[in-house]
Design a protein around this ligand. Sequence first.
Ligand code: NAD
Ligand code: LMR
Length: 328
Amino acid sequence: MSQPPRTITVTGAGGQIGYALLFRIASGAIYGQDTPVSLRLLEIPAGLRSAEGAALELTDCAFPLLRSVEVSDDADTAFAGADAALLVGARPRSAGMERGDLLEANAAIFGPQGAAIARSAGPDVRVVVVGNPANTNALIAAAHADGVPPGRFSAMTRLDHNRASGILAAHLAVPVSDIDGVTIWGNHSATQYPDITRATVGGASAIDLVDAEWIRERFIPRVAGRGAEIISVRGSSSVGSAASAAIDHLHDWVDGTPGTSWTSAAIVSDGSYGVPEGLVSSFPVRSVDGEWRIVDGIELDEFSRARIDASVAELIDEREQTRSLGLL
Ligand code: NAD
Ligand code: LMR
């Protein structure tokens, strides 16, 4: 056991994704097999029993790396000393709810959680927002976290990235490990742009192996609509794949992306690729020395530019609505 223990906070830990996440984190999937972990689970009162049940089961697994599990409905207690925070708990859209209502309900969660992270989390905390609308929830949390560098906040588009890689591999009947260089741009929503113009398949250019019509008419809508497809087929939103992507995101952030590979994450824009500064948008990223860095120098064709602009326009609109409600 050579590494110091790490503390990971999971919000919404009594929910579906929380349940799929906890056991993998406790078995070392983020920090590796030489790093003990302590888990802190945050829930609202209605979800506490479910989180407490998961905590009992975690004890019963006798994970060698798991030092402690604490369950709380107090944000400062749950974020105390956190090295990483997975913000999964969110308010789902219910019948009759307008988009503004959804943004308002979630701002009431992510604003105070951002403030609690600033007060209580560890100095190097890394935050991954999973709860939807993930990009704007991350924007709100970061805006309320005085003193925490914006680069410590991110929203998850790794699920979209993994979906794009998986669907491309299945179409070409190759192992997914052959796929590299996929990018998700923009919002974690149906406007996202899954881009394979730079992708390679076993070293060969992906766009030489698939036809342009398949990319535009099948691949892009399938990836961008995959969340809805899962809901329609399963009867509820993705759980195992979402938890797996959250682990991949945090693992790569901590450990670094291998070689020249990149992945996708929604991070606070520095103005790259014409995405307005401050928006939380998905980019091609590498993790270097524990920080996400946007891959630069990618030339965008007209189609890609238009797709990115459309998704960024939606993010701008979400930010404007949030501002006009006085939530930013
Ligand atoms: P779920 O309803 O099963 O669980 C959510 C849990 O969050 C519940 O237990 C609830 O009590 C808790 N919660 C609500 N408000 C909270 C708060 N203020 N503090 C702490 N906990 C709180 O939902 P799920 O299937 O686990 O999904 C969680 C979220 O993840 C949803 O918003 C979903 O849309 C989103 N999601 C995102 C992606 C992505 O790729 N970014 C993928 C799948 C799902
Ligand atoms: C997903 O991409 O699977 C989810 O974001 C869908 C949802 O609405 O929860």
